[in-house]
Design a protein around this ligand. Structure first.
Ligand SMILES: Nc1ncnc2c1ncn2[C@@H]1O[C@H](COP(=O)(O)OP(=O)(O)OP(=O)(O)O)[C@@H](O)[C@H]1O
Length: 385
């Protein structure tokens, strides 16, 4: 077989392997899409939409389901305004309401000199003037679970109709941390008004993963570029890591490597080499979303673990963090809880001699990703805030 020339490509459509790509074929999620559509239905008849909570481990299609449904709503009516907010990026009530304002009005509100009260009032008046309902999806809401962050965003949104009775707001939360406990994260008052439909997104079976990745290969690569045995290897890796995104990333990355090498087909070697990076893809996204102080706690736990040859004592980690920049123990504890919730570290009480101590173990892959994303040896806390 002749090698590829410089102007030839293996990709029918490279965008198909990008993380923001909205797939044309979205199988295996009919039940969840129906439950969501059912929750939104009252909004189309002039009532308040039902709230919903979408649960499922990462990569089970929650965001995609919402994006597809919202796109359909946008095409169908202007009476229901969908707003998708990533809680990894927008973490405050102001940021969420500013995004609602932006979608409604077409431009962002001023970032200074406007109080949250005024911004909410403006949003309410636009909604009332248009007789429209708004459905806000707080995507990856587990990012707000620490420090009462979710309650601070949710409670005012849920109470808008108490101030402006004609305002209709529906909230959809997506949560990919299975242990996320809404009952504990929300005040009793918020809990009592947040009556939400629970929609569960189970992990895909190996057969479903194969079908989804096969569809993506057909959409993104030219025929014959990825032989069935090589796709099997991709599927095996995606199933082993329980993350469909690893499979999608792996296909794109391996095909790019084959193309760069001037080959017309992807080999098992391309897949295995790409897997070294792809397997930690989700970790990389999670670590990129951390604040400087969260990162500092993670780096200190790694350094201390290395020094102690394993899991590190929480007190020692705290001491190491403070060597870089002052941090109160309360703030340290909150940062640690968040890292645990994001499954970057494990924290457990361990018996030592006659006493017990809290130990922090950093999960596999974190060190590699942290060093790659910061381009430095973990543990240098010069960027603490
Ligand atoms: N049924 C499906 N068919 C085709 N592609 C899918 C399907 N489910 C998920 N995907 C793809 O898998 C990737 C992850 O999906 P998505 O972002 O919707 O997952 P998620 O459950 O929201 O994950 P997270 O909790 O990490 O945000 C996306 O690229 C999406 O296109």
């Amino acid at each position: 077989m002749k090698p590829l020339t410089a102007d030839q490509t293996l990709f029918r459509d490279p965008a198909v392997f990008e993380s923001a790509h909205l797939p044309e074929v979205f199988n295996h999620r009919d039940t969840q899409l129906e439950a969501l559509a059912f929750a939104l239905r009252p909004a189309f008849a002039g009532y308040r939409p039902q709230h919903a909570v979408l649960r499922g481990v990462p990569g089970t299609g929650k965001t995609t389901a919402i994006r597809l449904l919202f796109a359909e709503v946008e095409e169908t009516t202007t009476q229901v305004v969908p707003v998708l907010v990533s809680c990894q990026v927008e973490k405050s009530l102001f940021a969420v309401v500013a995004e609602i304002f932006r979608v409604l009005v077409g431009h962002a509100p001023p970032t200074s000199g406007v109080s949250i009260k005024r911004l909410m009032s403006e949003v309410a008046h636009v909604l009332m003037a248009r007789e429209a309902a708004v459905v806000v999806c707080l995507d990856d809401a587990h990012w707000l679970l620490a420090d009462g962050g979710l309650d601070a965003v949710l409670a005012p949104l849920l109470r808008m109709h108490e101030v402006w009775p004609a305002v209709r707001v529906g909230v959809v939360l997506t949560l990919s941390a299975p242990e996320a406990d809404l009952a504990r994260a929300l005040d009793p008052g918020t809990r009592s008004v947040f009556q939400a439909a629970e929609v569960f997104f189970p992990p895909y079976s190996a057969g479903e993963v194969r079908a989804i990745l096969g569809d993506r290969v057909r959409a993104g690569l030219y025929p014959g570029v990825m032989p069935p045995a090589v796709l099997d290897l991709v599927v095996e890796r995606a199933v082993a890591t329980a993350d469909l995104r690893v499979g999608l990333d792996l296909i794109g990355r391996a095909a790019r490597a084959a193309e760069e090498a001037g080959r017309r087909t992807v080999t098992a070697g391309d897949v295995l080499a790409a897997f070294v990076v792809s397997k930690n893809r989700h970790l990389a996204v999670t670590i990129e979303g951390l604040s400087a102080s969260e990162r500092a706690v993670l780096a200190a736990a790694l350094d201390e673990g290395r020094a102690e040859d394993g899991a590190a004592g929480a007190g020692q980690v705290y001491g190491r963090v403070c060597e870089g920049a002052e941090m109160s123990y309360t703030v340290f504890h909150e940062r640690l809880k968040k890292l645990e919730r994001l499954r970057l570290v494990d924290v457990q009480m361990v018996r030592r001699g006659r006493g017990r101590r809290r130990e922090i173990g950093v999960r596999e892959g974190v060190e590699e990703v942290l060093c790659r994303t910061t381009g430095r040896h973990a543990g240098v806390a010069e960027d603490q805030k």
